[in-house]
Design a protein around this ligand. Structure first.
Ligand code: HGY
Ligand code: MN
Ligand code: MN
Length: 429
């Protein structure tokens, strides 16, 4: 094992804390709902494109070279060279700009802006490396509007067979035009694939989105493993009808059936303990009017566990429950789309490099699993990955109250910088 990853850093460009915090504030205005304080930048939405434009503008102003690939990922280099050929592997760092609906200002955005800051600091310090340092904003990590989460990282990692041919958003609209408006091209997705060997390491800095670091009093989290996830899109078909004139007997109420699906999903985790968490976060009834029995419901079930076997068992139990509910309610219930991401372990040597970087900065750290999914678990198909967490105040995320102390935001970026420099100085990561 090459232990050079723990060598002291030869040159240490500095994070410009003011610049980083200023960009975080500026980006947080894009998609902001003043009435709730929440941010909505669903992947491939107009707000998401404005965030992409902001990032690329900041990169150009910094003298860097941003570009958009066919999947809609923004990739920023120090020069406009192509860069992802295997003769000059990349050290990739980044996260995502898209958000959930009415979410927070740091989830994803923080990691992207910290990666931009690291790249700019290295460029300003003239850091040379045998690797191509690349900052990335992966497209549609959340899947809030178009239900294929990790779209951009799946394309980059070459998982094209797992991506829908003619992708539709949650409202049934084709993705093709929205992707083109974001600079992508559905017919050229293959050009977004990075071959094995082209990424020497991927590092993602992210807020923890949970309470562990804050409760333990640590500034840095070193992720051991990222949870596995099965996201199922379910279609319930019943019979619409007049809510006043249709007798209860003989109804095929799709929303009543969907309610049973919600409780069945919760029972699989809370009652049977088959997986760590199970959530129905989205229910779209149709026609969704007070005096009409719902004829159809489209909904999602999100199952998570760090053990792939448990996750599969939970999904099997859910599918069995769907059949039982369908026959009991006289509805048809089908899983119309599913996307799975396997649990992934972080690379041991990169974790050691993060720990040494945090020690150098006198930032206390602890290992912990990630209950949230991240692009890192997809990029792990083609490269060693590691994640650096900073504490979330109150453990809150995916809500307007999502926040992290400025000192922790800056500390995380400094750890990312030193870890990248360690990796960049290494013969073979
Ligand atoms: O859902 C997640 O775990 C992440 O926020 N995409
Ligand atoms: Mn998220
Ligand atoms: Mn995220």
């Amino acid at each position: 094992m090459s232990d050079i990853l723990v060598q002291p850093v030869l040159r240490s460009p500095e994070i410009d804390a003011g610049r980083l915090l200023h960009r975080i504030r500026e980006l947080a205005r894009i998609g902001l709902d003043d009435s709730t304080g929440g941010i909505t930048r669903e992947g491939f939405s107009a707000a998401d494109r404005r965030a992409q434009a902001y990032l690329m503008g900041q990169a150009r102003e910094a003298g860097l070279a941003p570009a958009v690939d066919a999947a809609g990922n923004v990739l920023i280099r120090r020069s406009s060279s192509d860069g992802h050929s295997t003769d000059r592997p990349a050290i990739l760092m980044g996260s995502h700009l898209d958000t959930v609906v009415n979410g927070g200002r740091l989830d994803g955005a923080y990691g992207v802006l910290a990666a931009l800051e690291v790249l700019q600091a290295c460029a300003e310090a003239g850091v040379e490396s045998r690797y191509d340092l690349v900052a990335a904003a992966f497209a549609n990590e959340e899947g809030a509007l178009f239900p294929q989460p990790f779209w951009g990282s799946m394309a980059l990692a070459g998982r094209l067979a797992d991506l829908p041919r003619e992708p539709l958003d949650h409202r049934g609209r084709p993705l093709r035009d929205a992707l083109r408006a974001a600079g992508g091209d559905l017919d050229a997705l293959g050009s977004a694939v990075w071959p094995h060997g082209s990424v020497a390491a991927y590092l993602e800095l992210h807020i923890e989105q949970g309470p562990v670091l804050e409760r333990a009093g640590h500034s840095i989290g070193i992720v051991e493993a990222i949870t596995g996830r099965s996201l199922l899109t379910i279609q319930v078909r019943g019979s619409a009808g007049h809510s006043g004139t249709t007798p209860m007997e003989g109804r095929h109420d799709a929303l009543a059936a969907a309610a049973r699906v919600v409780l069945a999903a919760e029972e699989i985790s809370r009652g049977q303990g088959l997986c760590r968490v199970a959530t129905v976060g989205r229910v779209d009834p149709h026609p969704n009017t007070p005096n009409t029995i719902a004829g159809a419901v489209r909904m999602t079930v999100d199952l998570r566990d760090t053990d792939a076997g448990r996750l599969s068992a939970a999904e099997r139990a859910l599918r069995t429950a769907l059949q039982r509910i369908a026959s009991r309610t006289g509805t048809e219930i089908d899983v119309v789309a599913d996307t799975r991401s396997a649990p992934v372990a972080a690379d041991r040597r990169l974790r050691a490099a993060i720990a040494h970087s945090a020690d150098e900065l006198r930032l206390s750290h602890m290992p912990l699993p990630s209950g949230a999914g991240h692009d890192a678990q997809i990029v792990a198909d083609i490269a060693p990955i590691a994640m650096i967490f900073v504490p979330s105040i109150g453990g809150l995320s995916h809500v307007p109250e999502e926040d992290t102390k400025p000192a922790d935001l800056v500390g995380g970026a400094q750890v990312l910088l030193r870890t990248v420099l360690r990796a960049a100085a290494t013969e073979r990561i």
